[in-house]
Design a protein around this ligand. Structure first.
Ligand code: ADP
Ligand code: MG
Length: 385
């Protein structure tokens, strides 16, 4: 594959690539919709992602090409850039803009991207392309950013250059991911711990609902608001800053302060999900994948029934997984209303799982899902393959 990319680079630019980089996508293993409540998330890097091949050129131009998109651009080096329409190369252009803003001297580059990750499906191909570009530029131009700087810079690209409101989890996971580790992360304080996550005889199945995520943004804002409402109610008697400052047992004593039953459900999800992440880290450290799997199912059910961010597509996947042989657990991952689900599936049961879920899902939903097998891989780096 990488040889093929080198060949394509040569035929596009008429020169050899000097460096190759890879940045993964990510899934969140557990801890959903709690990052904006001071809670813990637990993402990991997957073994699909974005490759970037580069060579400096002497023409003072950034030449952007992607195997995944037909649009291409040759852009003259200047002091700064603004977003150009909806082109994909806004992502690298945003990264370049941040480097320039910080006063770094850049030089023209020929750049070829290739993502083997499903794009626009919630596996964060956007964080992947941001971080791989930031990592490469940092190396090539000796800009001296730390990895955390690269994470923040990439988040700036997503939020301020592209204009999408999102937290720091994706860029963090893509940059700091490690093989066979999950990252237990507080997105406010950026305290994190790399937790052992040995999949052993299991693999991580990623099931794309192939449903466009239309509702996600408006419902997301609605949930944020409901959580603020729940917090305000609890704050009348409790000295807390975030819903996740208390555990489920404490919440039980104060839940009567929330009068709206829907808001109560939202708070219950958030607080119990945060407890589940802490438990999950313990189960993983003890190599207890079956117990971890149960927490995944519990997380899904809570997101579906209490938080109401699932949908018939994601629910169908969880429903199938519960009865399928060789599956330890499954849940929706990401904001919901489409996107992807994940499942822990025994390696020798994966083919059967793929076949079974495709049939079950297609019968119920009317079109097929896409199913991928992944491991937990490393974060951004030089591509050494
Ligand atoms: P997600 O992050 O869930 O995959 P987004 O809509 O946030 O979806 O980001 C997808 C966008 O990121 C694409 O439309 C494209 O602009 C850019 N992108 C991601 N990967 C690539 C790639 N390999 N080549 C070019 N652009 C890419
Ligand atoms: Mg994205």
């Amino acid at each position: 594959m990488i040889q093929n990319l080198h060949q394509q680079f040569k035929s596009l630019f008429n020169t050899e690539a000097t460096n190759a980089y890879f940045s993964p996508g990510r899934v969140n293993l557990i801890g959903e919709h709690i990052d904006y409540n001071g809670g813990l998330v637990m993402p990991c890097a997957i073994t699909f992602g974005t490759y970037l091949l580069v060579a400096p050129n002497n023409e003072g131009k950034f030449r952007f090409r992607s195997i995944n998109f037909e649009d291409r651009a040759d852009i003259q080096l200047q002091d700064s850039y603004t977003k150009q329409d909806k082109f994909w190369f806004n992502y690298p252009l945003g990264v370049i803009t941040h480097f320039l803003k910080d006063g770094h001297q850049l030089q023209g580059l020929d750049m070829l991207y290739y993502g083997d990750i499903p794009i626009g499906s919630g596996l964060s191909s956007s964080a992947s392309i941001e971080v791989v570009t930031a990592f490469a530029l940092n190396e090539l131009f000796k800009a001296g950013y730390s990895k955390l700087d690269l994470v923040k810079l990439s988040k700036w690209v997503e939020n301020s250059f592209i204009g999408l409101n999102s937290g720091i989890m994706d860029q963090f996971a893509v940059a700091f991911g490690e093989a066979e580790k999950a990252l237990k992360l507080n997105c406010d304080t950026l305290d994190y711990e790399a937790v052992d996550c040995h999949l052993g005889e299991y693999l991580l199945a990623i099931i794309n609902t192939n449903k466009p995520r239309k509702l996600a943004e408006s419902k997301y804002n609605e949930r944020v608001q409901e959580c603020q409402q729940a917090l305000a109610a609890l704050q009348t008697e409790l000295d807390i800053q975030n819903l996740c400052d208390i555990d489920a047992a404490t919440y039980k004593q104060y839940e009567h302060l929330i009068t709206d039953p829907i808001v109560k459900n939202r708070a219950q999800h958030v607080i119990e999900e945060n407890d589940r992440v802490k438990l999950a880290a313990k189960e993983l450290a003890a190599d207890n994948l079956l117990e971890f799997g149960k927490l995944m199912y519990a997380s899904h059910d809570s997101l579906s029934k209490l938080y109401e961010v699932s949908g018939v597509e994601l629910d169908t996947i969880a429903e199938y997984a519960k009865t399928a042989p060789g599956v330890a657990g499954a849940r929706m991952t990401g904001a919901g209303f489409g996107g992807c689900a994940i499942a822990l599936v025994k390696k020798d049961a994966f083919d059967e799982f793929t076949k079974g879920i495709t049939e079950f899902y297609t019968r119920k939903i009317g079109y097929a899902p896409s199913v991928y097998s992944s491991l937990i891989g490393p974060g951004v780096g030089l591509y050494k393959g």
